[in-house]
Design a protein around this ligand. Sequence first.
Ligand SMILES: NC(=O)C1=CN([C@@H]2O[C@H](COP(=O)(O)OP(=O)(O)OC[C@H]3O[C@@H](n4cnc5c(N)ncnc54)[C@H](OP(=O)(O)O)[C@@H]3O)[C@@H](O)[C@H]2O)C=CC1
Ligand SMILES: O=C1OC[C@@H](O)[C@H](O)[C@H]1O
Length: 354
Amino acid sequence: LSIAKKPIRWGIVSAGRISADYVQAISLAEGAEATAVAARSPTAAAKFASQYKIPNVYNSYADLIHSSEVDVVYIGTIADQHVELTRDAILAGTPVVVEKPMALCAQDAEMLIHLAREKDVFLMEGMWTRCFPAMKKLRQILASDEIGRIIYIQGDFGYNMINNPPDDRIWLPTSGGITLDVGMYIAQFGRIAFPGGKVKHVHASGTMKNGVDCSVMATVTYECSENESDFVDQDGMMQFVLTGAANTEERLVLQGTKGRVIVDSPFHTPQRLRVLRDLGRGETSETVHNFPPPEDPYGKWNNPGSIGFVHQIHEVGNALRDGKKQCDCFTWDDSLEVAQILDEVLVQVRTGGR
Ligand SMILES: NC(=O)C1=CN([C@@H]2O[C@H](COP(=O)(O)OP(=O)(O)OC[C@H]3O[C@@H](n4cnc5c(N)ncnc54)[C@H](OP(=O)(O)O)[C@@H]3O)[C@@H](O)[C@H]2O)C=CC1
Ligand SMILES: O=C1OC[C@@H](O)[C@H](O)[C@H]1O
């Protein structure tokens, strides 16, 4: 059977918390199966395989990445291994989905994207939020001019990890910190709200814990008009707060000239959009768009909302079947712009703001 007819065979690199959620979601997705797993320890991989009914266990990440028995690998390790493993997969000619962040800095993300282009291999950073049906609706709303031109985006993403042990991935000096954990979820809205806009300024400050960023407040300005003499303000703004010290509302607002869209909490697994059209100062008319999650036979996930991975699994399957090297939901340019914003945020937070 050709790939068009067969289920996409996923190989899972690492047997940690997100990999467990991912294979559960694969089991619920159409046209996909988790066919193999590898972990640092073969014993851990075998235990994971038995728990999630995965037929093949490889003795090393490298063996899995080079296997002809998988159609795509999912890299679910902690972030400091993403670049090396993604690079290995591209060089092996194996399509790859790497968990966010693709890399710890924009330069490395750019290197991986160049390599994928040169070797003609599928590469996607796992920005799964973009694959949710609600995000497709949001793009339609913005394109329709229903709420006009976007003036600003404002959002928060915080969850309380302050008492997690210092060796938890979130507090690791090598690759931890709140920005590289959740900053991308808000930063990715910039390229949707300001298509064609260029990032002009990034301003950020924050607090540190264990040598990594704990709470961050950032503002990003987009240059949206090429006409310097425009009397009308055409630029866009994005403001976000991130924290690892409190559970925040996790809501996102896109304010346009004719109204706003609220992506209700938790916006990173979006299920409800509220469109508030402006009828005058303090007056709006509201339209609600609901996107309930698929039926959940498991009920238990390591991360809330992980059932939503089914959308990304479907999108990747469709892209591979169509012979694409990028996923339309989250392209290489999307990854790169987000990485550049987060780079700048981190420089400023680490140096105490500028
Ligand atoms: N999309 C989403 O909603 C989410 C995405 N993530 C992303 O997934 C990735 C993994 O997160 P999560 O699963 O929570 O992490 P875990 O702490 O569960 O670790 C994942 C795997 O990474 C490897 N690993 C862990 N610690 C170390 C270490 N000190 N040195 C070397 N390898 C190590 C292990 O691989 P092995 O099994 O081979 O030993 C482990 O199983 C991160 O990039 C995170 O940002 C996380 C949560 C949600
Ligand atoms: O990607 C993420 O989003 C959801 C959080 O629960 C998780 O820890 C983070 O890594």
